[in-house]
Design a protein around this ligand. Structure first.
Ligand SMILES: CC(C)(COP(=O)(O)OP(=O)(O)OC[C@H]1O[C@@H](n2cnc3c(N)ncnc32)[C@H](O)[C@@H]1OP(=O)(O)O)[C@@H](O)C(=O)NCCC(=O)NCCS
Length: 160
């Protein structure tokens, strides 16, 4: 994928079992973008954490979406369907992770994946979307802010 620009309009479809390798690989290549600058992190721990996230997602009701450009996988979104807001217990679609191939970024693919996830959540009667995003992750924050997401609460950390 490196060096080859993925172009063309994306089509979004539900993921199949055969997409799991792509979801694992792209997730492990991008998880570093969710690490705050003041956190010490190493790739081995990040990958273990991502394996744990996938295990968690795949063992409960979820939706996995794939964006494809010209038959090439360009991005994915994982949404939990039974992860209510922890304070109000209101049901919501919870975006567990989303990523787009570096070679396909800036073309609206994340926006398309998110819109498709919202349509699926609405169709299931879920009244909200929820997710967590790292403050330092400017690209992800921009995607969500442009799509109308509001900051609801903050996760704090103090390096000791
Ligand atoms: C975050 C990510 C999914 C964005 O994917 P993308 O396909 O490039 O995003 P889009 O092209 O759909 O952009 C949607 C909007 O966000 C804006 N945006 C995207 N990346 C941006 C950036 N780096 N800086 C500023 N704005 C950005 C776009 O301009 C666009 O705004 P518009 O609707 O007003 O045109 C991608 O950068 C990625 O995979 N990052 C690594 C994984 C990650 O951090 N996932 C999020 C975990 S919460």
């Amino acid at each position: 994928m490196e060096g080859r620009r993925i172009t063309g309009r994306a089509a979004v479809r539900q993921a199949a079992l055969a997409d799991r390798a792509f979801i694992e690989d792209l997730g492990k290549r991008t998880l570093g973008d969710s690490v705050a600058h003041f956190r010490i992190a190493n790739q081995v721990m990040l990958e273990a954490s991502y394996d744990g996230l996938l295990d968690f997602v795949y063992h409960q009701p979820h939706l996995a979406l794939i964006a494809e450009c010209g038959g090439v996988q360009a991005g994915f979104l994982l949404m939990l369907l039974t992860m209510p807001d922890e304070v109000t217990r209101m049901p919501q679609g919870f975006v567990a992770y989303m990523a787009v191939e570096p070679a396909a970024r800036g073309a609206g693919i994340a926006k398309q994946l998110l819109a498709a996830a919202e349509d699926e959540a609405r169709a299931r009667g879920l009244p909200y979307m929820g997710l967590m995003v790292t403050e330092d992750n400017a690209a992800a924050r921009a995607v969500y802010e442009r799509a109308g997401y509001l900051t609801e609460r903050r996760l704090l950390c103090k390096p000791l």
